[in-house]
Design a protein around this ligand. Structure first.
Ligand code: UGA
Length: 460
């Protein structure tokens, strides 16, 4: 099919690239001319595993094009994916002005009826508003627009893999013909007829994805309910970690055993600095706000949000416990991205830690495998190093803030020789306490044994 993708952010690019790779003809458009120029020059503006290779392959096959001409993109396509941003407003509600603008453009530029697919994360009932807006803006044209809600469940860092191997594809529709068109768009994925960039031989045999047809409101709710539940799980694990510290238990032993119960599941129970990124914090807020507007008190989510905000305080308490006075001390921050395998620093807990250390007068040296240039732009006060060992040189403490494998696999013996004090405060539980003890480090993490006699006796 001929598809348009409006908005070349991470969701738009992954969606456009993967659908082109799966055999559709895709035109991607964005108001950001620099981004379109980069894409036309073969430069991928975000760091995402396998995305470069999928974009190259789709481009060589002549299946993907980029343009700033949104009118052309709309006119030449049968179905349009809206992938524009929905940033949070002051009150936690989502700002839907970009969606409204796109609705106006579609209504004005279209010369034939279209399937309009809402892929941006939006509060429930946005799809119905979108349909009304399309009808109002196209009055007198004789065109009809069918709206579909097709939420995405991609995780940054594994988005291409997730797109080709989804657990479920949700399509919220108003009529069966829209569902049939969505089934056609996703047929290569459902029937597993695509060249998988992640598993070049053959994909591990897993069950094929289910296509779930729902109402538009349900589809929108599924997205927010899923993200919020995962965030809730993380906050739950974090409170368990706090309890483990007080009681003298090990959070990983506890969450591992809990997760073996299939009713609970082992994922998203990793304790640490808590959740960040552009999805969980804002989606949680938007969900709480939506519930509030219809008179439902989502206290359980408010608590999850509060627990998450307190993670930074809990981490800084550990820094104080180990360093006592922070002012004037050199500290190394390992990791700036909100999680591993991405260069995304939006709402990153690591940046909150860096800001707190700066505010206390520390000499902050930072490193990250991918996020340095983005971090430099928002926090120029830090000293940045490409080489983690240079960040650690002469540091009185290493603060691990992102769960990159690079930090797990660091030569910690070498790091210890370079540091002014062998002290690691691990906000992502990436190292093992036993390993760090073996290397004569003092070591604090979340919900696990504390290594270092003097720390054990320090006030807390
Ligand atoms: C999340 C969801 O997992 C996706 O399904 C969804 O499509 C996406 O939001 C979205 O709405 O676009 P993402 O934000 O890429 O994906 O990242 P996650 O892997 O979910 O991690 C979110 C945060 O939680 C990270 O800061 C991560 O470090 C933290 N986390 C995750 C934990 O602290 N503990 C865990 O056990 C898991």
């Amino acid at each position: 099919m001929r598809l348009a993708v409006i908005g070349c952010g991470y969701v738009g690019l992954v969606t456009g690239a993967c659908l082109a790779e799966a055999g559709h003809d895709v035109v991607c458009t964005d108001v950001d001319g620099t981004r379109i120029d980069q894409l036309n020059a073969g430069i991928v503006p975000i760091y995402e595993h396998y995305l470069d290779e999928v974009l190259v392959s789709a481009r060589e096959a002549g299946r993907i094009f980029y343009t700033t001409d949104v009118g052309q993109a709309i006119r030449c396509s049968e179905a349009i994916f809206i992938c524009v941003g929905t940033p949070p407003k002051e009150n936690g509600d989502a700002d839907l002005s970009a969606i409204d603008n796109v609705a106006r453009q579609i209504a004005i530029e279209a010369r034939s009826s279209k399937l309009v697919i809402e892929k941006s994360t939006v509060p429930a009932r946005t799809g119905l508003e979108l349909r009304q807006a399309l009808t109002a803006y196209s009055r007198g044209s004789g065109l009809t627009f069918r709206v579909v809600s097709n939420p995405e469940f991609l995780r940054e860092g594994t988005a291409v893999e997730d797109f080709f191997h989804p657990d479920r594809i949700v399509v919220g529709v108003e009529d069966e013909s829209a569902a049939a068109e969505m089934r056609e768009i996703y047929r290569p994925i459902l029937e597993r007829k695509f060249r998988c960039p992640v598993h070049p031989g053959s994909c591990p045999s897993a069950q094929s994805a289910q296509l779930l047809v729902t109402t538009i409101n349900s589809a929108e709710l599924i997205k927010h309910a899923s993200n919020s539940f995962l965030a809730l799980k993380i906050s739950y694990a974090n409170v368990i970690a706090d309890l483990c510290e007080k009681i003298g238990a090990d959070v990983e032993e506890v969450t591992h055993a809990m997760g073996l119960d299939p009713r609970i599941g082992g994922q998203f129970l990793r304790a640490g600095l808590g959740f960040g990124g552009f999805c969980f914090p804002k989606d949680l807020q938007a969900f709480v706000h939506l519930a509030g507007t219809v008179g439902v008190d989502f206290g359980i989510l408010k608590a999850a949000e509060r627990v998450n905000k307190q993670r930074i305080d809990r981490f800084v308490e550990k820094v104080h416990r180990a360093l006592w006075v922070v002012k004037g001390k050199r500290v190394a921050i390992l990791g700036l991205a909100f999680k591993a395998n991405t260069d995304d620093i939006r709402f990153s807990p690591a940046l909150d830690v860096a800001k707190r250390m700066l505010a206390e007068g520390a000499d902050v040296h930072a490193t990250d495998p991918e996020a340095l240039s983005r971090a430099k732009a928002v926090l120029p006060e830090l000293t940045y190093h490409d080489d983690p060992y240079e960040a650690l040189r002469d540091a009185e403490a290493a603060l691990i803030c992102t769960d990159w494998d690079e930090f797990r696999g660091l030569d910690w013996q070498r790091a210890g020789e370079l540091m002014a004090r062998r002290l690691v405060i691990d906000g992502r539980n990436v190292c093992s306490p036993a390993h760090m003890r073996g290397l004569d480090f003092e070591y604090l993490s979340f919900g696990r044994e504390l290594v270092g006699a003097s720390l054990a006796h320090a006030a807390h």
